[in-house]
Design a protein around this ligand. Sequence first.
Ligand code: GLC
Length: 710
Amino acid sequence: MRSTSAFALCFTLLLALLSPSTVVRADPRQFAGGSAEWQGGIRVTLKDVVLDVRLVYADTVRVRLAPANRFERLDRSYAVVAPRPAGPAGAVSERVEGDLRIITLTGPECSARVTVRPDTSAVVAILDAAGHVVVEDDPAAPPRVDAATGAVDVTKLHPRDQFVYGFGEKALPLDRTSVEMVHWNSDTPGYKTGTDPIYQTTPFYIGLRRGKAYGLFFDNTYRSYFNVAKRHPERISFGAPGGWLDQYVFCGGAARDPRQVIRRYTELTGRSELPPLWALGYQQCRWGYYPEKRVREIAAKFRETGIPCDAIYLDIDYMDGYRVFTWDKSRFPNPKQMVGDLRRDGFHTVVIIDPGIKVDEAYAAYQSGKAGRHFVTMPDGSEFQGAVWPGLCAFPDFTSPRARQWWGSQFAELVDTGVRGFWTDMNEPSVFLPPNFDEPWSIQHPAKTFPSETRQDGDGDPDSHARYHNVYGQQMTRATRDGLLALAPDQRPFILTRATFAGGQRYAASWTGDNIATWEHLELSIPMLLSMGVSGQSLAGADIGGFIDSPTPELYVRWLQAACLTPIMRSHTVAGTPDQEPFSYGPEYTDINRATIELRYELMPYLYTQFALAEQTGEPVMRPLWLDTPTDNRVLTTQDEFLVGPDLLVAPVVRPGVTTRRVVFPIGADWINWYTGELHRGGTDADVAAPIGRLPLFARAGRAREVDLR
Ligand code: GLC
């Protein structure tokens, strides 16, 4: 008797000493997963999926959900820099509320709250340093992984007064609410506002509400989708047909500052390096300058008219039958001489490089690519072939380290010729529809790329093109850059790409593809470039004057002005259009265009400084007004003005026949008219003179002396 009651007493004491959560943990069968603390983060098994939540930085949380049997094997990313940031350990605590198990991970500047429900689903909320919810899963639609198909999806709550920015290169307005978008890199010539998808994929957005920001990156290379408050005005849903539900939430530090969100996103996915100085100069392109005589004529004309220009581009016609890494010697008999002469005259030569390698047994690149088995294959192991400019081609598998190395080595001759700039195109990847194709052509026809079932190496994780499609262009630029650095280690490579994926900013600048010579496209170029900037893809430009069709002199003048302070300033047009150089529109316009380009060069010390800073912070040089003043409600959707660095405000004319325009001056500073010295108070609007020869430009008052221009 005595011993039984002593035992009972001990047992009661023991129970009293244990916290409720410890008691619960003593019976793990009640919940799936057992102990949630795992190496400084949370890891719980929910039936057959694993949920892992951990800090990446003090203010950044990674939330992963994946099938249990594939969890460890797949922790890889083409977006995130290697090695992965280790991240600080957080403090994990647990409690039980009714039938809910609530697990909290607390970090220095944010926390994550996981609520596991009796049905073993779980929802995650991210909280800021003050304990306010930053973003949370919709309790009615918890994150899911479909074990049968591998599809993943999640829905976040979206307050109606939240603005959504980012998503990289999309032909959409700056505020990306009320849209459904798909991420599938597509060759979309002549796209319009609303055409989606287009060339690039960056599944990253910034939510901004009442001056407070957060960022969310969905690291998934499949054909993902985002429904941003379209299907439901208070929800953002996203998902993909495969891969992980791999999400990063950036809280923007204690202040929830959008600039800090971008700093962290680009710390995670990499930053654009300072480009060579010449690449920030004016660049002249067209499809195409040939033969050599024509190239020399264009160069001479720039010098004759006194218009600064640092780069001349050669489009596909410089090659022998469009075979990459060759020259058409009838058009360019001595490339080294020409490139050298141009260089002495102050021009860099940039050449186009397409991924398709012509199937031609007598062509060195095809021979070595085939011998090395560097091409994308069909499921049966045979070479996949598709038609592009040269006719039938094989395509390097840029997700294979061996193929990347082989590709990089192909640049030796071009580097030896003196070429330092490379323009990587058609890398969505794009394939022509066969001539006898019986379905109507559409710009996003699924047959305009590799078949989904083609095989790629995936850096040792072989899978179908469906998984690696969106990184094809990004990995092409990686291979190109690595090759160039190996061949000319002391020179910063300049690569301009059409397609890329999140993180691709580490390898190349980009342009917005085949736009059209219309005022609408000029107008659209600004929100497009601004969105790319806040999504890490900041070194970008649009074809000045428009690629398809040809601009009126007025449109060209205004476009050149609008692009004068965008990161990349390059004119380009399609084959067969009239001349589209700054001196092509008669003496009056030549003078205006010269002054526009001179303005860029006048500001080059400031610009170069800003790019050097951007390399360190990831903050874009071309910035939407809300970035620096997120509490100024007047500027949250402003998309026809932008800042260049924090101190210059640009208000280009994007409509025809206009000689004045309304300018919104952001709060927090006064702004001085560049031409008249007139002072505009921050927080006001004004009609400002914008005669045809003038790009409305304003300098932040009181800053000039603080900028170190040495
Ligand atoms: C694609 C590119 C364009 C280039 C053309 C020919 O359409 O987007 O810029 O001029 O191909 O190479």
